[in-house]
Design a protein around this ligand. Structure first.
Ligand SMILES: C[S@@+](CC[C@H](N)C(=O)[O-])C[C@H]1O[C@@H](n2cnc3c(N)ncnc32)[C@H](O)[C@@H]1O
Length: 208
């Protein structure tokens, strides 16, 4: 009688374990299925995400060309534009050098505009646009980083910039990296606005 009771208890225990495992596996499968169904970040619809830290002003196209030349962009490079505006820097880099680029902007209007610009110029195979706050972006894999941001933002980005790979290049439009010495500086008058613009090239590791 006791041994029958022991067998029944053992069987109940086994059944409970099997049922618990089944439930766990089922919920795990649901999580995986939900993840698989989520669109990739570059395909997610832009939404309101927080105010931009600086308003949108595009770098004139002739200056973009000079910035890319200063960075000596080559086809194997990966270019990021933090605060990509209408995506012009990455579109031009893809067209001229065939390089891959990722653009980040917090403003949903800019994200939509950049994606339209990428599609219009048929460089979707090279350029992705992601809505994100630039202060959360991992830039460890980047080779070239053109930047046109408010000096306070550039200052806040320094810890991220210092984690870039040795040999990667940063080209700043108008506002350089405070406290660091550029490898090259250029003053260029743009044909678009007839104004003088200052460009600065830095190479990682940054020099004081
Ligand atoms: C001065 S524009 C530069 C646009 C582009 N890089 C160019 O040079 O043509 C700065 C861009 O940064 C974006 N921005 C501002 N704060 C941001 C943040 N915290 N995260 C992501 N983008 C931001 C703005 O929406 C704007 O499009």
């Amino acid at each position: 009688m006791y041994s029958r009771l022991r067998i029944t208890t053992a069987m109940a225990l086994v059944l409970a374990i099997v049922a618990a495992f089944g439930a766990f596996e089922g919920s795990w499968r649901t999580v995986l299925a939900e993840d698989a169904a989520k669109p990739a970040p570059e395909e997610q619809e832009p939404t309101e995400m927080g105010s931009p830290d600086v308003v949108y002003v595009g770098t004139p196209y002739d200056l973009v060309s000079v910035m890319l030349q200063m960075a000596k962009v080559k086809q194997t490079d990966l270019v990021y534009d933090l605060g990509c505006g209408d995506g012009r820097i990455l579109v031009l880099a893809a067209q001229k050098y065939g390089v891959r680029g990722v653009g980040y902007d917090i403003d949903p209007e800019r994200v939509t505009e950049s994606r339209q610009n990428v599609a219009k110029n048929k460089v979707e195979h090279l350029v992705k646009i992601i809505q994100a706050d630039i202060f959360t972006v991992d830039i460890g894999d980047v080779d070239v980083l053109p930047m046109y941001l408010h000096p306070d933002m550039t200052k806040r980005l320094i810890p991220q910039l210092e984690k870039m790979k040795p040999g990667s290049r940063i080209v700043c439009h108008e506002y350089g990296l405070e406290g660091f010495t550029p490898d090259e500086t250029k003053t260029v008058v743009s044909n678009e606005d007839n104004a003088e613009h200052h460009l600065m090239l830095y190479t990682i590791p940054l020099k004081k």
